[in-house]
Design a protein around this ligand. Structure first.
Ligand SMILES: Nc1ncnc2c1ncn2[C@@H]1O[C@H](COP(=O)(O)OP(=O)(O)OP(=O)(O)O)[C@@H](O)[C@H]1O
Ligand SMILES: [Mg+2]
Length: 297
């Protein structure tokens, strides 16, 4: 099966094209299509990973269901048989990788939660002893588990640039105190429930990012949820604090890009077939590990 790099549902109105998803307006709703595009170092690569969009969609659906008692979400249906008639011509392309969702007024913050010290959190800690202004004990090592999970919001970049960590006070300025507190509490509650579950299945959920929106019924969980693209998953049996952990999904991609010394400026390079195949296997393995079910292409 070839990778689906871009959709062109020509009778529909394109609402937005993100790095990975194509969104279309369908009446009041949105059609949310996960393509097989893959990004690394903030660039979409020239090669896709066949079936990746299906993994992201099916894993998000798993989590929406898992979390439905904690928070309502944007899903209307992922069953193509229940999609509006105007989507019928695209049925085969959409099946398994798309959802009809409620259009939400998105909060302009990425709700990041960290249970472990890694990535920009680790950099911040090394420089300041704190992450996003949250003071942490001295002497922590890279990838160490934090005494308790912390909420470290980031501003949503509008132009594909890197997101920037912000303090909680800054978030209050952006969305108001009431919403900021509610989003923080929801984020921590979701993380606690999901990370406990993942841990039992052999996966450490080091950190992750949620996006919420406002809809008629109040705050809803939107976007993708707890996928390899929005989260750091670490295999529990290989966990070794004191340095970086291998990334569950994109390690082969990053290693390859470093090996060819790409300058991380556009245009992003293509990937050789073995890097594609090994990365694809990682995405499917993440799905199997977390859900206990297997997914076919
Ligand atoms: N229910 C919703 N209503 C409106 N917009 C949504 C909804 N759910 C998600 N979105 C928005 O849709 C876009 C999803 O596309 P995608 O994740 O590919 O783009 P991106 O965020 O620009 O890229 P990246 O995640 O790689 O930084 C995001 O901008 C997200 O905020
Ligand atoms: Mg996104």
């Amino acid at each position: 099966m070839p990778a689906l790099i871009e959709t062109e549902l020509s009778s529909l109105t394109l609402y937005a094209r993100g790095k990975v998803r194509d969104l279309y307006s369908v009446g009041e709703a949105l059609l949310f299509v996960a393509t097989d595009r893959i990004s690394a170092f903030d660039h979409v690569l020239a090669t896709g990973i066949p079936g990746k969009g299906k993994v992201l969609t099916q894993l998000s659906l798993f989590w929406f269901n898992f979390l439905k008692d904690v928070v309502p979400n944007h899903l209307i249906t992922a069953n193509v048989n229940q999609f509006p008639k105007e989507l019928a011509p695209y049925r085969d392309e959409l099946e398994g990788r798309s959802m009809l969702v409620k259009r939400a007024q998105m909060f302009p913050v990425e709700c990041v939660v960290r249970g472990y010290l890694s990535g920009s959190g680790w950099k911040d800690y090394k420089a300041t002893g704190a992450v996003c202004g949250i003071k942490l004990p001295a002497g922590l090592r890279e990838s160490d588990r934090l005494p308790e999970p912390i909420f470290t919001p980031a501003s949503k970049s509008l132009d594909g640039e890197h997101d920037i960590n912000i303090s909680f006070d800054d978030m209050v300025t952006r969305v108001g105190a009431h919403s900021a507190e509610r989003l923080r509490d929801l984020t921590l509650e979701i993380y606690s429930k999901a990370s406990e579950y993942a841990e039992r299945r052999g996966v450490i959920l080091a950190d992750t990012k949620f996006e919420f929106g406002a809809a008629a019924e109040g705050i809803i969980l939107a976007d993708e949820v707890l996928t390899p693209d929005s989260s750091r998953f670490w295999p529990r049996d290989q966990y070794k604090p004191g340095g970086p952990q291998p990334s569950f999904d994109k390690q082969f991609v990053r290693d390859y890009l470093e090996s060819i010394r790409w300058n991380k400026q556009a245009p992003a390079p293509a990937l050789p077939p073995d890097v594609v195949a090994r990365t694809q296997e990682k995405y499917f393995a993440a799905f199997r590990l977390l859900t206990g079910a297997s997914l076919s292409l």
